[in-house]
Design a protein around this ligand. Sequence first.
Ligand SMILES: Cc1ncc(COP(=O)(O)O)c(C=O)c1O
Ligand SMILES: N[C@@H](CCOP(=O)(O)O)C(=O)O
Length: 464
Amino acid sequence: MQYISTRGRVEAKGFIDTVLMGLADDGGLMVPAEIPVVAEATLQKWKTLSYEELFLEIFSLYINDEIPIEELRQLVSRSYSSFRTPEVTPVHQLNDSLYILELFHGPTFAFKDVALQFMGEFYSYISKKQNKIIHILGATSGDTGAAAIQGVRGKEGIKICILHPHQKVSKVQELQMTTVDDENVLNLSVKGNFDDCQRVIKELFADLDFKGKYHLRAINSINFVRILAQTVYYFYAYLQINKGDQLPKINFCVPSGNFGNIFSGYLAKRMGLPVNKLIIATNENNILERFVKTGEYKPGEFKSTHSPSMDIQVASNFERYLYYFLGEDTAKVSAYMQDLQQNGKITVSQEDLAKVQQDFAAYGASNEQCLEVIEEYKKTYDYLLDPHTACGIAACKAQASEGEVTVTFATAHPAKFDEAIRLVGITQQFPPQIEHLFTLPQHQKVVEHDKAEIVRELEAFYKL
Ligand SMILES: Cc1ncc(COP(=O)(O)O)c(C=O)c1O
Ligand SMILES: N[C@@H](CCOP(=O)(O)O)C(=O)O
């Protein structure tokens, strides 16, 4: 398997080089040159596999034997040993047509752990095996940062710097990141929003001299390995629910921001997973919903909501979808992305919009709806949703039709977002791993939203 850039100006790469490159050197995103298709008979066989075995099967289709299978098995086993359940991502049935895929059983209680526990092990493996310097640079609206730091804290040969928006993450997210006292971790709290943080790191990755000099590596979903690791739980959820001989189509409803999680679902569908609707759930930062409904992709005004991890306007992985949507035509992708940069928007024709609407449905929940859903599900099912998952349920209600089965993703544990839960009048007990964070000292540096200042901090931290 070779990997190419959505903008077509990078020589084809193998798997490990693709992971190390992160953002493609031409500013695009790396994608597999061909998507492998899984036969129905294979899907039937996979029904009996454990999460870890399934992970190995799926990765084997993508990694070209670049990692010996026994070594990969060990990496996967170490990655998921930190989860609180052997199923890694268990499915919880609420009624005949609705399942919740619980993605929050990892060390930092959000779906990001699923891919980032593996990435931490993987970077550590590459650092030792290839003697590579791994200097991670990432941007977070709260969950990626916590999970990435947890995945690599204290690991030899690795340093990690995470930019998060100052006072725009939840208290628990902030504590998860900033109470880590390992020397290989730097938290920069940027006076701006998540899009500002993401823009700065993308500019730094696009500066190839800087990227090369400081050995910058990506952990955000611009890195294809994040996308691939996230496809595993689509397959796993599907196979858990459909144990019989049939392979019926089901919906997946995914709380979305940077479009990484649902893009993994798009990839799984193209690999042959029987998916009916892929429902994009957003909050009031609803650029993705507007795109699916009108054909115009235009970043709007940033809003702080009860689901802060999805307070994102510019969705990184949108470019990957554009690549497939435009028939894998890299020249067209480059032209569309240039349009976005110069004119601040992308517009597709009405004919093309019909194609988008075959791929995705979308719904943006208001702040009010988000809280209403939390209250309703607590009362009806005695199940406490986090505010991101509540946006997912609101989207499922709006977009799933009668008779369809939908798996809605629970992307975080409610304890991470107690600010919203308290607004509903619910008092929750924190898991001990979260409770004890409130007793620890914090380590972070508050910086202006100023690239030069951030660069100075990075140079001092990464200096050889
Ligand atoms: C809890 C939670 N839900 C949903 C999302 C959105 O996921 P994605 O960015 O992959 O679309 C994020 C972060 O992005 C998140 O942290
Ligand atoms: N919600 C995310 C934003 C970054 O997304 P990523 O999937 O590209 O890492 C976060 O929690 O940081």
